[in-house]
Design a protein around this ligand. Structure first.
Ligand code: GLN
Length: 296
């Protein structure tokens, strides 16, 4: 069984995970121990130094991780900005780069709230509701809607909302036709839609074999059919001056800018980088059609 000293068990786990192609192997082994013991990762490191024993069950989890089950499926959680999401089979695991997308939405929402005393934010293709919940947590007072089409993802989003006692309004709907009653009134539309082209199958087994296909592939030859639907929905939902923030793949920056411009309602169409400097999101504002430079 696992009754090795923890340090030795961690070294063995790291060796197995490295051999299986898992990048930060020692760190992931520590996370698995933290999950099994309920201790923080810092405490796990200290426990190893102090010669404490390894917990029961570590070998089984390491074996599953070596088969490239996502770490977040094994722990059941994924961190995202200030919050923790429940995740597992049937829902897309939130990514660090999407934290930047959420950041831009949070900043836009805070500005609207400061100026108008209220703000309405819509997260389209919400998955686990990661962005919606992060905005709610970071912009107290924001009215947040989350739209998701896939039934399994909606169930995960519902768990996350319930666990946090959230007021996010979750609807199961197609982004293209969702929330018609809000047309022309929304301040911020934020989205991490599926956008991978069908022939660009991801290399990492964690993504390829475990994230829902519906959350990965954006359909159409360029993967932008779903993102175009999101752009159309944003053009419909946003008020004049409202802001769209949408994630995309690095190679899609100019095609996405063109799609946003082609809708005819957006101005200030810009591409922003992720933390590693790659072009990963589009930000645009709906033009104030009738009155020039007027207060909103
Ligand atoms: N970012 C995803 C990936 O890394 C792609 C799909 C998405 O985020 N919407 O595979």
């Amino acid at each position: 069984m696992d009754l090795l000293p923890l340090d030795q068990a961690l070294r063995e786990a790291a060796r197995q995970l490295t051999a299986a192609g898992v990048g930060p192997a020692r760190a992931e082994a520590e996370v698995l121990v933290a999950h099994l013991t309920g201790r923080s990762r810092g405490e796990v490191v200290a426990d190893a130094v102090l010669g404490r024993p390894a917990p029961q069950g570590l070998a089984a989890l390491v074996a599953r991780r070596a088969l490239r089950e996502p770490l977040q499926h094994l722990t059941g959680t994924a961190p995202f900005r200030d919050i923790e999401l429940l995740v597992g089979p049937g829902v897309f695991v939130p990514r660090p780069e999407t934290e930047q997308v959420a950041e831009v939405a949070v900043r836009s929402a805070r500005q609207v709230l400061a100026e108008h005393g209220r703000v309405v934010v819509v997260d389209l293709c919400a998955g686990s509701a990661a962005i919606a919940l992060a905005v709610e947590a970071e912009v107290p007072g924001a009215v947040v809607h989350a739209v998701e089409l896939d039934a399994e993802a909606v169930a995960w989003a519902r768990r996350n909302l319930d666990r946090r006692g959230s007021d996010v309004r979750l609807v199961r709907a197609d982004a293209r036709t969702a929330l018609r009653d809000l047309d022309g009134t929304v301040d911020v539309v934020v989205s991490n839609p599926p956008y991978i082209p069908g022939d660009a199958v991801p290399r990492d087994p964690e993504v390829r074999d475990h994230d829902p296909q519906v959350a990965l592939y954006g359909l159409g030859p360029d993967g932008l059919t779903v993102p175009r639907g999101v752009i159309g929905a944003a053009a419909r939902l946003l008020r004049p001056g409202g802001v769209l923030v949408m994630e995309h793949a690095e190679v899609q920056a100019s095609a996405v800018r063109r799609a946003v411009e082609a809708s005819g309602v957006f101005v200030d169409v810009r591409t922003l980088p992720d933390l590693t400097g790659r072009d990963r999101m589009v930000v645009a504002r709906v033009g104030r059609r009738h009155v020039k430079d007027s207060p909103p």
